[in-house]
Design a protein around this ligand. Structure first.
Ligand SMILES: Nc1ncnc2c1ncn2[C@@H]1O[C@H](COP(=O)(O)OP(=O)(O)O)[C@@H](O)[C@H]1O
Ligand SMILES: [Mg+2]
Length: 242
């Protein structure tokens, strides 16, 4: 297997405030790589560093064999990084189709015909095809999460970055998201999935990393990571559903 993503000793922060500390990890092609860690441990910041939305003080980020450490954000999107945001912000007055089309036009190809086909493909993949003419403001939370994923897929990513897409959902709805992620993996996407709810990650990821204070605490086979002393200590007494 070859690597789709590699962080090598990345130190990064907002302004002069350092958040990521010597962060190193790598993701294999075709994997679902999970990231857990307490609130404020730097998970979203890791995505911001990957997307070029903050300063990298030192270290390297290699994406699909290319050093992207100093690459501008729009170029990173074009070469195959697509993300969801923790708080979904669709264009409320636009239909689902239009929402995904915007992503396809801006992120992926600027050929109109291709963007149209790609938008429909992403709506089918996420189970939203039959609702494509509905305005996004009318969606349930679960469908808003699906739309957030569809918009990320619209940019034709090689690596899909999911930031707490299961947060706020009922157990049954979380299962729907887990099913969708499995389908996306089967469709050939490599995925990095951040989630605060650790139980969700055991059934859904190939590898799991736990972060704290901007560092990698541990990484490995998901069940082993969750049962490790380091992770038990970090989450002890913390009810992640609160
Ligand atoms: N835009 C920002 N400017 C300054 N500090 C920030 C900013 N965003 C997040 N932080 C800080 O970075 C740390 C990590 O936050 P974040 O990456 O959002 O954590 P997580 O996603 O793991 O909950 C926190 O201490 C947070 O307060
Ligand atoms: Mg976060």
């Amino acid at each position: 297997m070859s690597k789709i993503l590699e962080f090598i000793d990345v130190n990064a922060g907002y302004g002069r405030i350092q958040i990521l500390n010597d962060l190193s990890f790598s993701v294999e092609k075709g994997q679902v790589f999970g990231v857990i860690g307490p609130n404020g441990s730097g998970k979203t910041t890791m995505f911001n560093a990957l997307l070029g939305q903050m300063r990298i003080f030192s270290g390297k980020i290699i994406f699909d064999g290319v050093d992207i450490t100093r690459m501008p954000p729009n170029v990173r999107c074009k070469i195959g990084l697509g993300r969801t945001f923790q708080v979904p912000m669709p264009f409320e007055n636009m239909s689902l189709y239009e929402n995904v089309l915007v992503a396809a036009v801006h992120g992926g190809s600027n050929r109109e015909r291709f963007a149209h086909d790609e938008a429909l493909r992403c709506l089918k993949l996420t189970g939203l095809y039959d609702k494509r003419e509905i305005k996004s403001g009318e969606l349930t939370l679960l469908d808003r999460k699906r739309l957030e994923i569809a918009r990320a897929l619209g940019t034709s990513p090689k690596l899909l970055l999911l930031d707490e897409v299961a947060a706020g959902l009922t157990d049954a709805e979380v299962k729907e998201i887990m099913k969708l992620v499995a389908e996306l993996k089967a469709a050939g996407y490599s995925i990095v999935w951040i989630e605060h709810i650790i139980e969700t990650m055991v059934g859904s990821t190939d590898r799991l990393m736990c972060m704290a204070e901007g560092r990698r605490v541990t990484e490995g086979e998901p069940r082993e990571v969750i049962e490790s002393d380091e992770v038990q200590r970090l989450y002890l007494g913390v009810d992640e559903n609160e």
